[in-house]
Design a protein around this ligand. Structure first.
Ligand SMILES: Nc1nc2c(ncn2[C@@H]2O[C@H](COP(=O)(O)OP(=O)(O)OP(=O)(O)O)[C@@H](O)[C@H]2O)c(=O)[nH]1
Ligand SMILES: [Mg+2]
Length: 414
């Protein structure tokens, strides 16, 4: 409940709900409604133009909250940051999937490709439907996907660098400060009929890589704190930001080889561990078991380093082949261990449940445009395994959703 006058609600560490925008917790009964009547403007935190937020005390016969002018309101908002939440928020579980990686790791391309490939695979291979929970709120990621997959010339396939002040962020009040928080992109997942699985929602963010770097004050710039509330984390490793990988792939034609290396991916993992432990108030020996998909990205450039060992397709006739996922993970982990052992050490210190993946959003070597950007050639776009890490995370977060097992074995489990 907001202390009178300030309009700032106290964080409730025990709350059953986690806001998908500011990640502060609250109880269901403290959720706010948004006034509908045009005269009810002016919110102490959001400013004079915002529709008022209120704690509902009156309801109509249909159970809808009534604003001060008696107009029914079905719009809800977080009591902390006051941001509007999707209507389904209280009805179904929401799972955060945090996408983490340094600047230029390939997060924006990965997310754009993921939101194209994952719905198709979920539906055609598993009968699972993927719906936009908030098409207006999801517009920035939809625009990126349309730009990428609608492009005819390479120049049109360029996605801008993600910046704090850009479309991926919004300024909101959090714990007494106005801060830039990444917009949540929210999707509802509807399982096929006749399974024990129930609907749930997935939340993604497209952070600027700088948010994960050490040295960021997590109170002034809390925009990456979703990692501590996440049900699953995708860590996107950039081989072009690793001196060892670059030496090993020095004969590739990828123009990204010209860029200077910023070798700090092990530090980013260590920093994540520190932040997660601090935010969750974990003791040093306490284990963190949130599943982490460690994705070695841009594999169009480095698959030859596997010397012919195959990364196999783990999706077979509606079954997620955990054996293939394990085998692929061992192969990728061995390569990482050979080239960057400290990164493997930091990844495995982060969680007790880490799986390694190879993926490429492009499936080919990007080209350099006349403006000096590295972009995919739309005519050659052939993403490789981009949806696999998220499918694995889903199998860990909510096992009834995807039949998984080993198709070579006798009894794939549901
Ligand atoms: N070879 C190759 N390059 C890629 C791939 N995906 C992205 N890139 C390149 O990686 C660079 C960075 O991609 P972005 O998606 O903008 O990276 P980001 O992680 O969002 O970066 P920030 O917004 O700065 O945090 C671009 O030059 C892309 O061309 C891929 O699958 N293969
Ligand atoms: Mg980006």
């Amino acid at each position: 409940m907001p202390p009178p006058g300030t309009g700032i609600s106290k964080a409730n560490l025990e709350g059953t709900q986690t806001c998908p925008v500011c990640w502060l917790r609250f109880d269901t009964g403290d959720i706010m409604h948004i006034a509908m009547h045009d005269s009810l403007r002016g919110d102490p935190l959001l400013g004079i133009d915002a529709q008022q937020r209120f704690l509902a005390t009156r309801f109509d016969n249909a159970g809808q909250a009534l604003d001060a002018m008696g107009i029914p309101s079905s719009e809800i908002a977080c009591p902390h940051c006051r941001r509007k939440l999707p209507r389904s928020f209280l009805g179904i579980p929401h799972h955060i999937i945090s996408l983490v990686g340094d600047q230029s790791a390939g997060k924006s391309y990965f997310l754009s490709v993921l939101t194209k490939m994952l719905p198709a695979t979920l539906y055609s291979d598993f009968g699972v439907t993927w719906l936009e929970s908030d098409p207006t709120g999801n517009a920035p990621v939809n625009d990126m996907r349309k730009a990428l997959f609608g492009a005819i010339r390479p120049e049109e396939a360029k996605l801008a660098k993600t910046v704090f002040e850009g479309a991926m962020y919004e300024k909101l009040p959090r714990q007494g400060r106005m801060v830039a928080l990444p917009r949540p992109f929210i999707y509802t997942i509807i399982p096929r009929r006749n399974t024990p699985a129930k609907q749930c929602a997935l939340i993604f963010y497209d952070n600027a890589g700088e948010h994960f770097q050490p040295g960021v004050d997590i109170h002034e710039q809390p925009g990456a704190q979703h990692v501590a509330s996440a049900s699953g984390i995708i860590y996107l490793f950039d081989p072009f930001n690793s001196p060892e990988f670059r030496r090993a792939i020095s004969n590739t034609k990828d123009p990204q080889l010209e860029k200077p290396v910023v070798d700090q991916q092990d530090t980013i993992l260590a920093e994540m561990r520190v932040r997660i432990h601090a935010i969750r108030n974990l003791r040093p020996h306490e284990v963190f078991s949130t599943p982490i998909a460690f994705v070695v990205g841009k594999c169009d450039a480095w698959l030859p380093l596997l010397n012919g060992q195959p990364i196999t397709q783990p999706i077979h006739t509606g079954i997620l082949d955990q054996g293939a996922i394990d085998r692929n993970s061992t192969i990728v982990r061995e390569l990482m261990h050979r080239l960057c052992p400290s990164v493997v050490a930091n990844a495995t210190a982060l969680s007790t449940n880490v799986m390694f993946f190879a993926a490429s959003s492009f499936g080919h070597t990007p080209v350099k445009t006349s403006r000096g950007d590295y972009v995919p050639d739309p005519s050659q776009l052939k993403p490789f395994h981009v949806e696999v890490p998220t499918l694995w995370l889903l199998s860990q977060i909510y096992p009834p959703l995807l039949p998984s097992g080993n198709p070579a074995g006798s009894n794939p489990s549901l």
